[in-house]
Ligand binder design. Structure first.
Ligand SMILES: [Mn+2]
Length: 268
């Protein structure tokens, strides 16, 4: 599909960018993300609202705030591009994901919070509008202990990877297979996961939009959408007047529509 010139959409949903990761250590497609955002910008595509649905920054593998302290340039490269895409009077939501912070209470570090506030981002753990509820999706997966334990493990892996980048893929694969047993895999696990998330998020009769599991999907029966992720699958969701559309970036200026969820008129 092609984006029509000067088209205005209701919203853009994007998650799991894990910005600040180093390409030598892990593929992240950040260059392609810039291509997408630049492409939208050049075509005059604009959004009423932007929703960053969590894990936009990476702060588990290393301290994102200390990178911001060293300089804003790298942060600006991403947020300048996002800021261009929102219409005047539109809203920008930064929904906090587990990787955005090391704080179990989901507070961003003061420095990052300040940076985002100054740029007009509304920092939330959950956003609710008339027809949408958006959360990252890690809610209920961690205890205080497992939270600290996971961060400690990935920091250790990342420390080792700085010395031996090739080691990281093996180590991360091992971590995902044997230690990181929190994300749902089987259909039954997924169903249980989304049922619980729906409860935790207070979905009601709204569409629930989350990210986190890197599982790009739409379950019309449950009115649930997962934005997938940027790092692994380059997916995102666009909200139009009458529907939500799930898209995947296939190449420079090449986009594939993967699903479409029609909006059901809400009973007030
Ligand atoms: Mn996450």
């Amino acid at each position: 599909m092609k984006f029509p010139r000067n088209k205005q959409y209701q919203a853009l949903y994007l998650s799991d960018v894990h910005y600040l990761l180093n390409k030598k250590i892990k593929n992240h497609s950040h260059k392609e993300l810039f291509q997408l955002l630049d492409h939208l910008s050049r075509r005059g595509v604009r959004f009423q609202n932007l929703y960053l649905v969590g894990d936009i920054l990476e702060s588990w593998y290393f301290n994102a705030a200390s990178k911001l302290k060293k300089g804003q340039k790298r942060f600006n490269r991403l947020f300048d591009r996002l800021d261009v895409l929102v219409l005047d009077g539109g809203r920008k939501y930064f929904i906090v994901g587990n990787h955005d912070t090391t704080s179990f209470t989901m507070r961003l570090s003061t420095r990052i919070e300040q940076y985002l506030n100054e740029r007009g981002w509304r920092i939330r753990e959950r956003v609710q509008t008339r027809d949408v509820v958006a959360v990252h999706g890690h809610q209920g997966q961690y205890t205080r202990f497992s939270w600290a334990y996971h961060i400690a493990i990935v920091r250790l892996l990342h420390g080792a990877a700085r010395l031996f980048p090739a080691l990281f893929r093996v180590a991360e694969d091992f971590y995902n297979r044997h230690l990181n047993r929190v994300d749902p895999v089987t259909t039954q696990e997924k169903l249980a996961y989304y049922r619980r998330l729906s409860q935790v998020a207070g979905q009601g009769n709204r569409v629930l939009i989350s990210g986190h599991t890197h599982d790009f999907l739409c379950i019309p029966e449950l009115q649930i959408i997962n934005t997938g992720d940027w790092v692994d699958s380059r997916t995102f969701v666009i909200e139009k007047k009458g529907s939500f559309v799930g898209l995947r970036m296939k190449g420079r200026k090449q986009f594939e529509r993967v699903f479409r969820l029609r909006k059901v008129p809400l009973e007030d």
